[in-house]
Structures are given as C-alpha cells and as structure tokens.
Design a protein around this ligand. Structure first.
Ligand code: FE2
Ligand code: FE2
Length: 204
C-alpha cells in the first residue's frame, strides 16, 4: 500500500517529465553565437542533468517497468539510447567549445535526446500510468532520495556550470551565487562554502 509521503510527493512519471523540461529549456538557451564560456556552461549543465536523469531511470524506473508483463517491449531501446547519449557526452566533455565540430556534436546529442524523450513521453510514461498507477508515488519517493545522493557530490560542479551559463547576465549570476551560498549554509559544510564562494565562481 502506498505510504502517505509517497502519495504527497510527485509521481515518478511527473518527475521524469520535469527533468526532460529542465534539459530542453537549458538547450533552448544554447546559441551558436554565444561566447564559448556560456556555451560550455549550458552544455555542461545539460550533460550533468542527463547523466543523473539516466542513472535514476535505470536504477529505479526501468526495473519497475521491466518487472511487469510486456514491460521490456514498452521500454524498447531505452537503455541502448542512454548508452549512445553517454558516448556523445563523453566525446563532448573531451572537446573545447571552440572546436569546429563542437556545436554539431552537441546537436547530434540533442537529436538523440529529443527522440528518446518523445518515446518516453508518448509511450513509456503513459503506459506506466496505466499499468502501475499504485507504484508511481513510491517510485517517486525513491527517486527523490537517490537524486539527493547523486547530486550532493556534484553540487560544486553544478553551481559552476550554472554560473558559466549565466555569464553576462548579472541578475542570473547573482541568483546562482546566492542559491549556491544558501545551499552551503543549509548543508553546514565549511569546505563547500569555500568552494562556492562568490569570488571563486566569478573568477573562472
Ligand atoms: Fe527520461
Ligand atoms: Fe530515458
């Protein structure tokens, strides 16, 4: 029986949709004419979000779908599409944004992502909501807990990427620095506070 907290938290399917929206809205800010620093910040934000999202799906959501009859057929090529996505991300992480084929490789990654997201949102998620409605809250709760574990060690990298992406936008960068500092206070970590210091973020 679903717990009270799992019924109050967003379902795993809505959480997955929110992740997709975040990645696509970051991609929509990516412009070929933008400075390399901004493009790198946006691209790295996309990479980290995709890596965490794919790991969460593979650890929590896909196994739950695989357990139901016909679940593997519904998932189709999802896992191999994640593998191709990771291959392109690894390639892009080893490139500089000034490289002549950087934008083209990023567009190739995003074409794959758009195709994958379309399959999940039009087939996998609706089928999950039809076939395992009672599990969605509990799976959402597990995903939230696991996300915190995956994000915590990468919080400095995430803040730095966001700061780079916001370069030139003083309001946005101030919000990033304030949010990062607030996160450090909440986490009570002196080490992280040093890593997130406004001076350090703005210097890079
Ligand atoms: Fe997804
Ligand atoms: Fe996926």
């Amino acid at each position: 029986m679903p717990t009270l907290s799992s019924r109050l938290l967003p379902s795993v399917t809505n959480m997955i949709r929110l992740d997709h929206t975040h990645v696509l809205s970051t991609f929509h800010q990516y412009k070929a004419a933008a400075p390399a620093r901004v493009r790198k910040g946006l691209a790295s934000t996309i990479f980290t979000a995709l890596e965490i999202h794919a790991q969460l799906e593979e650890e929590i959501f896909y196994p739950a779908m695989g357990d139901i009859e016909g679940g593997d057929a519904i998932l189709g090529d999802s896992v191999s599409e994640h593998a191709e996505m990771r291959r392109l991300i690894d390639l892009l992480r080893r490139m500089e944004p000034e490289a002549i084929d950087y934008d083209a490789t990023l567009m190739s990654l995003m074409r794959n992502v758009l195709h994958h997201v379309a399959d999940e949102e039009t087939q996998v998620l609706p089928q999950a909501e039809r076939l395992i409605p009672d599990q969605l809250g509990e799976l959402g709760l597990r995903m939230t807990k696991r996300r915190m574990e995956l994000v915590a060690p990468r919080s400095g990298e995430i803040a730095l990427n966001m700061a780079r992406a916001a370069s030139g936008n003083k309001v946005a960068i101030t919000l990033v620095v304030v949010a990062a500092a607030a996160g450090c206070v909440l986490m009570g970590s002196r080490r992280r506070t040093r890593a997130f210091s406004a001076r350090r973020l703005l210097r890079r």
